[in-house]
Design a protein around this ligand. Structure first.
Ligand SMILES: NC(=O)c1ccc[n+]([C@@H]2O[C@H](COP(=O)([O-])OP(=O)(O)OC[C@H]3O[C@@H](n4cnc5c(N)ncnc54)[C@H](OP(=O)(O)O)[C@@H]3O)[C@@H](O)[C@H]2O)c1
Length: 324
């Protein structure tokens, strides 16, 4: 597995890192589905062990993934996987507890300490502010930042990070937050990372970057034959593209094109959609959700650079005008 330096942290992590959202299983918050159905803890444990064996040494979780279930599974791995081998990241911010807004400092502190407890570690490597909803006028930002900076000063995390589904939102706060690492949503279909200007900011300031949802939760693999629905508790039930005949059909067509162009690769579709994201990125990795050992094995074959020409060709397949 190729290693990349995660920007100013100077830490080397696997180009393909491990996302463990699915390890939390099915989950709802109010009427919203926020988890992944059909995950067994046994599969999660085996995938973690296999990831380590394949050199996938950066694991990403959050306090809210299964309300601690993902963190707890990871925390129980240290008898098999040396803690020092793993760059461990978690997040705080989506659980607001009894409060009417996110990022209540006391509640954050409570959840951060709970994360250390779940993860069975005195110090994580990275803690992110999970999203940039800091109130209408950003009034909760300073308090939230103070909490994670203090957490760092106390030696409970080595680095701090900032995340959001929108690159524009990250840009709004990045200067004041001055994170070591950012975690934006990015895949070949939904790609505002470059156009928003976030990419330039990251490169100039040598910030680590970890792209999340590189497969758009599996949709981009082209493995669906028809529009698909998911059970309650699975967040994919709320992603409209899974239910679109046009998009599902296009994903299949694109898969055939990728399989032809990258026929020499053992996993041509995955190589196309994931490795195209590395072009022009010098300080970052991709956080790929891997639910079982089979998916880890595929992930382990990825992470190598492709030519600029190949990368541009892949990106163009998924431009909005080509998905109609
Ligand atoms: N900061 C944030 O706000 C945020 C938000 C989202 C995600 N994340 C992080 O990013 C990570 C990855 O994103 P993601 O979980 O949304 O999804 P993703 O990486 O886009 O897709 C992962 C899903 O695709 C399917 N898959 C994986 N490998 C495959 C393969 N070889 N062949 C076919 N299907 C395969 C699996 O689902 P099935 O087997 O069920 O199809 C898997 O759960 C998360 O786990 C989390 O750590 C962060």
């Amino acid at each position: 597995m190729r290693k990349v330096v995660l920007g100013r942290t100077n830490v080397k992590v696997s180009a393909i890192s491990l996302g463990t959202w699915a390890y939390g299983g099915a989950n709802t918050v109010g009427k919203f589905s926020v988890g992944w159905a059909g995950q067994s803890d046994e599969d999660s444990r085996k995938a973690l062990l296999s990831a380590w064996q394949h050199g996938i040494n950066h694991w990403d979780t959050a306090d809210v993934y299964g309300e601690g279930r993902s963190e707890t599974i990871i925390g129980n791995m240290w008898d098999k996987v040396p803690r020092k081998d793993i760059f461990l990241a978690t997040k705080v911010g989506w659980d607001r507890g009894p409060h009417s807004h996110w990022y209540d400092p006391k509640h954050m502190l409570h959840n951060l300490d709970r994360s250390l407890n779940n993860l069975k570690t005195d110090c994580v490597d990275l803690v992110y502010l999970h999203h940039c909803n800091f109130g209408k006028n950003g009034e909760y930002f300073d308090g939230a930042l103070e909490v994670i900076r203090k957490f760092k000063d106390q030696g409970k995390t080595r680095f701090i990070g900032l995340s959001d589904w929108s690159s524009d939102n990250i840009l709004k706060y990045i200067e004041r937050c001055d994170p070591d690492v950012i975690q934006p949503y990015r895949n070949v279909m939904d790609d505002n990372y470059i156009e928003s200007g976030l990419s330039s900011y990251v490169n100039i300031n040598n910030i680590g970057v970890c792209f999340f949802s590189p497969l758009k939760h599996g949709l981009l693999t082209g493995k669906y034959d028809k529009p698909t629905s998911f059970e309650s508790g699975d967040h994919r039930s709320g992603i409209k593209d899974f239910a679109s005949q046009t998009i599902v059909h296009k994903m299949k067509q694109n898969k055939a094109l990728l399989d032809q162009r990258f026929a020499n690769h053992s996993n041509p579709t995955m190589h196309g959609i994931v490795d195209a994201l590395f072009n022009g990125v010098s300080s970052g990795c991709v956080l790929l959700g891997q639910r079982n050992t089979r998916q880890v094995e595929v992930a382990a074959s990825l992470g190598n650079l492709m030519s600029e020409e190949d990368s541009s060709w892949v990106m163009s397949l998924y431009k909005p005008q080509n998905l109609q």
